[in-house]
Design a protein around this ligand. Structure first.
Ligand code: DGY
Length: 330
């Protein structure tokens, strides 16, 4: 019997590719940049399954390009690149990679918090520019992390991971989430706060919610206006949750103290963005999950989802399990 045909939209870690090699006829896009739209449509037509990244737009047009496309396996926990209602309506299961990246992302969000508080990138630039002449009593001072208040927007797996790390630093932790987690408040030592109180009381605000219609541009001029003038905002979730123009104004005018962004809107952030001109804005290229081990585990999960979908089995981690009640594509 012919092997199923699969298109992988980028070179993912070998652990995942090795799981697929004997099982499928596989084509892997070799370029560093994502496949152009025309290639995506062509490959959707020609294949039974796709392994995609968050940079690939998977919409109704692409799903309709091939009614025999059996599965889309996203090599990411986030899936805002995919039109999930359209996939569900078409009986197309979508896989993602939750869980394995929780601690790696929380580690990194905490790294950004520490780095912006203690001005690490400014300090590195200062030394490299030959400005280090002596020890200065006021040189590159920043706020303490220990004992400060951390406000978490979103208290799912990664938000909880941040709370665990913060407790080691003796921080007071507030959280806001549409689902209040009273069950965790005592055991994790966290306090629920409405958004306005969280903005007013936090020294650090770290975003851990997904991107949807109610979170898009949620961190806007109104939000910044309520924050402390020393507040530092950390975003490792999705760029469009923060209004970039309002962020620039808030940083530039001293409405808030700083920002650390792993994600931006758009991505990549063009070099013309005024955010790059601000010393109190630390920007890195969407690398929160970039540990070798986590990327390898994600590739294995993506491969496992893909293989299950090709066999007509339930995906181990499925974003839209309701497809199984409605009937999946065959
Ligand atoms: C995810 O998996 O959604 C991450 O944002 C990728 O870095």
């Amino acid at each position: 019997m012919a092997k199923p045909r699969v298109f992988v939209t980028r070179i993912i870690p070998d652990e995942g590719l090795a799981m697929l090699r004997d099982q499928v006829e596989m084509q892997v896009w070799q370029d560093e940049l994502p496949p152009p739209r025309a290639v995506m449509l062509r490959e959707a037509r020609a294949n039974d399954g796709l392994v995609t990244l968050l940079t690939d737009k998977i919409d109704a047009e692409l799903m309709d390009a091939n009614p025999r496309l059996l599965v889309v396996s996203n090599h990411a926990v986030g899936f805002d690149n995919i039109d999930i209602p359209a996939a569900t309506a078409r009986g197309l299961p979508i896989g993602n990679t939750p869980g394995v990246l929780t601690d790696t992302t929380a580690d990194f969000a905490f790294t950004l918090l520490m780095s912006s508080a203690r001005r690490i990138s400014e300090a590195v630039d200062y030394v490299r520019a030959g400005k280090w002449k002596t020890w200065g009593p006021k040189l590159l001072t920043g706020p303490d992390v220990h004992g400060a208040t951390l406000g978490l927007i979103g208290f799912g797996r990664i938000g909880q991971g941040m709370a665990k790390r913060a407790s080691g630093f003796g921080m007071r932790v507030l959280y806001y989430d549409v689902y209040r987690r009273e069950d965790l408040e005592k055991s994790m030592g966290v306090t629920y706060a409405d958004l306005d109180s969280l903005y007013r009381e936090s020294d650090f605000i770290s975003i851990h919610t997904d991107l949807n219609d109610s979170t898009r541009r949620m961190i806007n001029a109104r939000a910044f206006a309520q924050m402390k003038r020393t507040a530092i905002v950390i975003n490792t979730a999705r760029g469009p949750i923060v209004d970039p123009n309002a962020l620039y104004d808030a940083l530039q005018s001293g409405t808030i103290g700083g920002a650390a962004l792993d994600v931006t809107d758009p991505e990549p952030l063009p070099l013309s963005s005024p955010l790059y001109s601000l010393p109190n804005c630390l920007i890195v290229p969407h690398i929160a999950i970039a540990s070798v081990a986590t990327r390898a585990k994600m590739s294995e999960m993506a491969a496992a989802n893909l293989l299950a979908g090709l066999r007509g089995e339930k995906l181990p981690t499925c974003v839209n399990p309701e497809v199984y009640e409605r009937g999946v594509r065959k």
